[in-house]
Write a protein that binds this ligand. Structure first.
Ligand code: NG6
Ligand code: CA
Length: 505
């Protein structure tokens, strides 16, 4: 009798385990680690030799490293809009770099990447930089729960800062409520005029730890001039050194609490975006100045997340995707010595341009996929856009691909390295638009400046059409548009047809 009971118990346990394993296989956890302004050449598995990123490299060794994957834009807000909606940012007005008091720009009635996971019973979270606006039209009251935000577009849990680490308000919000607020010191934000008595960078430059050249002249917080004014909320203001460790802590907690259920975590870090003020134990570590130190901090964060997954025994059931929201920039207004201390490091690798640029340095970014189903140690040259994640995840979960995610393509087998076929073509976005198809890159004529007056980046603008053969000229040095009018015409037609599609189709 005892033997029979034992056998039944063992069988039951085995069956339960198999069911759990099958469930986990069909619904792996997904963590998207999204760096801010990390360039194609900033990671050692992408060729960096002056700094080492062992934890990001480990992801590449365990999974698929993409050489032709792209953020949807060369700046933050448009890339993130597209990542979450599956729609090119230039289809929708108002998707440019947002101020910290902007309203939410993701429609609440349309499909989003986290909503795809919610439909499949996942718990979803965003932790980190948001930069997609909060609230509706009109003034926001930062001292109460903000009515529209990440929790209204598919995230069950959110722990964010509103815009960028260089924009007010410099506070964290948990589920759309500023945390650590003292009711006796209410928070106000203003992007038009000075409010309150805090010193500003314009008036008190002697108080600054890092000087900025053009913007960042408003309220000083922790010795750094920010874009935008703020008043009150002193207790709630973050300490810059604590931003990444705070996001890491909150992410680990979310992972731990949801280790048993499938979860999707959008872990949206702000390294190495300026101002680069990493935790003290990273200061001076890279030998390349604050930007290099911030990249080491980013790499450490990746390692800590992976360690947590192993500790919980769920690393084999978790897909980890690593990428960046746009290309690299050295001096993004704050004079932090990043150029002088470069020591031969090439943030964009062999690509031309960087953040803000329609050249490849603007949107071709590190992109790694590891986890269940992914080939190990593979390098893929498939053409991938970050907006393809939405349709690909729907495909993985057996859902139909939402029609309104008009630009998102289901490419799950390419993402897992099982197929070499990615998109047929991709539109890149900076000031102007370009088309990538096969070996060709076409940049539409643009009257914009050749260089950014703020960052010195080559923007890729030219009054006439540009055509590059990336198979032999990845650095976009030889414009051969005049030699190949038929290719120019073909790619112009693609661009025209793409422009005719709309978000609501
Ligand atoms: C620019 C800022 C830059 C950075 C960027 C947004 C100036 C001169 N430049 O306007 O410092 O904040 O906006 O970066 O103020 S992003 O990665 O969020 O797109
Ligand atoms: Ca960015």
């Amino acid at each position: 009798m005892l033997f029979e009971v034992l056998c039944v118990c063992v069988l039951l346990t085995l069956t339960l385990k198999t069911v759990k394993a099958q469930g986990q296989q069909n619904k792996p956890n997904v963590i998207l680690i999204y760096a801010d302004d990390l360039g194609y050449g900033d990671v050692s598995s992408y060729g960096a030799t002056k700094l080492s990123t062992p934890h990001i490299d480990a992801l590449a060794a365990q999974g698929v490293r993409f050489t032709n994957a792209h953020s949807s834009s060369a700046t933050c807000t448009p890339s993130r809009f597209s990542l979450l909606t599956g729609v090119y940012p230039w289809r929708q007005e108002g998707t440019g770099i947002l101020p910290g008091d902007a309203k939410l720009i993701i429609p609440t009635d349309k499909t989003t990447l986290p909503k795809v996971f919610q439909q499949s019973g996942y718990k979803t979270a965003v932790v980190g930089k948001w930069h997609l606006g909060l609230g509706g039209d009109g003034e926001k009251n930062w001292n109460e729960r903000i009515k529209l935000g990440p929790n209204d577009v598919g995230f069950d849990f959110s722990f964010i800062f509103p815009a960028t680490n260089d924009r007010t308000p410099t506070v964290f919000l948990e589920n759309q409520r500023v945390i650590g607020l003292d009711p006796a010191d209410p928070l106000e934000v203003n992007y038009k005029e000075k409010i309150g008595n805090d010193p500003t960078a314009a008036e008190n430059p002697e108080l600054l730890k890092i000087h900025a050249n053009f913007g960042h002249k408003n309220t000083i917080v922790n010795g750094l001039g920010r874009i935008g004014f703020m008043k009150g909320g002193h207790q709630a203001r973050w300490v810059d050194e604590e931003i990444t460790p705070t996001f890491l802590h909150v992410s680990k907690k979310f992972i731990r609490e949801n280790a048993e259920s499938p979860f999707f975590l959008f872990f949206s870090l702000n390294d190495p975006h300026a101002p680069r003020v990493p935790a003290t134990f990273f200061k001076g570590k890279s030998g390349l100045g604050p930007r290099g130190d911030a990249i080491l901090q980013l790499d450490w964060t990746v390692g800590e997340i992976m360690r947590e997954l192993r500790y919980l025994g769920i690393d084999e059931h978790t897909i980890v995707i690593f990428s960046s929201d746009n290309g690299a920039v050295l001096i993004d207004d704050y004079e932090d010595g990043s150029v002088a201390m470069l020591n031969g490091h090439t943030p964009s690798g062999s690509l031309r341009g960087g953040k803000y640029s329609v050249f490849e340095g603007g949107t071709r970014v590190p992109f790694i996929v590891r986890g269940p189903g992914a080939e190990q140690g593979k390098v893929s040259h498939a053409l991938i856009g970050q907006m393809d994640l939405l349709a690909s995840m729907a495909q993985m979960l057996g859902l139909s691909v939402p029609q309104e995610a008009v630009d998102s393509e289901p490419l799950m087998s390419a993402l897992l390295g099982q197929s070499v076929t990615g998109r047929d073509h991709l539109i890149e976005h900076a000031g102007t638009l370009s088309v990538l198809k096969g070996k060709w890159k076409y940049i539409a004529p643009s009257k914009g400046p050749a260089k950014s007056s703020f960052t010195d980046t080559e923007l890729g603008n030219l009054a006439t059409a540009q055509l590059y053969d990336l198979s032999v000229d990845l650095g976009e040095q030889h414009n051969i548009a005049e030699k190949h009018p038929e290719v120019v015409q073909e790619l112009e037609t693609i661009l025209r047809q793409e422009r005719e599609k709309t978000y609501n189709k």
